[in-house]
Design a protein around this ligand. Structure first.
Ligand SMILES: C[S@@+](CC[C@H](N)C(=O)[O-])C[C@H]1O[C@@H](n2cnc3c(N)ncnc32)[C@H](O)[C@@H]1O
Length: 242
């Protein structure tokens, strides 16, 4: 696994973060050292998702990056006859994801599409995963996407939504940010790397409170919404279509 050193050198100007070739190269290392609980979350979401998988349906992974969620779900769901559609709008991610799924999911029905998830049709879905991706969409577009997902899910299907969140309580926000930086330091990111990455994400990753996410999920049609995972400011919700 290639080590993430993208922000190791001081930059005169830190530009907005983008999922380009340089990021793809180091992405597995970057996400594991930056998102506390990431590996646990990926394996548990498949255990949870498996309960909702339906034979003859489609499983979507929106903002799939290198396909971690799809690969994890495949491990659990494999005996069922399902189709997998993984979507990302970064060409370099899509290219590498195609190689990963081809290698690790031989004989399965899968497609990796290079698309903006805002324009992708969602149909006949038993599971939709959107892992740390809604946070990159413009705020005003998020409800439209969730309504489309709800409409495309089969009865009994579920949405698994993971996000970095923020807190309205200033003290809590600062406490949890401090824990997150401690996690990054423990994973050998320097203070300069932490601060340059933070600046790069500032206008790109817009976190919301857990209450806003839950309310939007209810407003999109879901009757049952549960936050099933939290590690510092990284959470995951399951929303079930009745
Ligand atoms: C933090 S990564 C997701 C990580 C991945 N789901 C995982 O669990 O390993 C966010 C991904 O969303 C993709 N993305 C962001 N906005 C998108 C959009 N509008 N349409 C499709 N993909 C998008 C990025 O290219 C990036 O690969």
């Amino acid at each position: 696994m290639k080590q993430d050193s993208l922000y190791r050198q001081p930059r005169k100007q830190v530009v907005d973060f983008a999922f380009d070739d340089a990021v793809v190269d180091v992405f597995p290392d970057m996400i594991r050292r930056s998102v506390p609980g990431y590996e646990t979350l990926i394996s548990l979401l498949a255990v949870l998702g498996y309960k909702y998988a339906q034979a003859g349906s489609t499983i979507y992974d929106l903002g799939c990056s290198l396909g971690a969620s799809t690969l994890s779900l495949y491990q659990q769901v494999q005996p069922l006859d399902v189709r997998y559609i993984a979507i990302d709008n970064a060409p370099a991610m899509v290219e590498q994801c195609r190689k990963n799924l081809k290698k690790h999911m031989p004989g399965s029905q899968h497609e990796v599409l290079c698309q903006d998830i805002q324009h992708s049709p969602i149909e006949n879905a038993s599971i939709v995963v959107i892992n740390f991706t809604l946070q990159f969409l413009p705020l005003e577009q998020r409800h439209t996407l969730l309504k489309k997902i709800y409409a495309g899910l089969l009865p009994g299907g579920c949405l698994l939504l993971s996000e970095k969140i923020r807190f309205n309580d200033v003290h809590k926000q600062s406490l949890v940010t401090d824990w997150h930086h401690a996690f990054k330091r423990a994973n050998h990111y320097s203070d300069m790397e932490i601060s340059q990455k933070r600046a790069a994400l500032e206008h790109v990753l817009i976190p919301e409170t857990p209450e806003s996410h839950q309310q939007r999920l209810y407003n999109s049609g879901f009757k049952q919404v549960e936050q099933w995972f939290q590690c510092f400011s990284f959470v995951s919700f399951i929303a079930i279509k009745a």
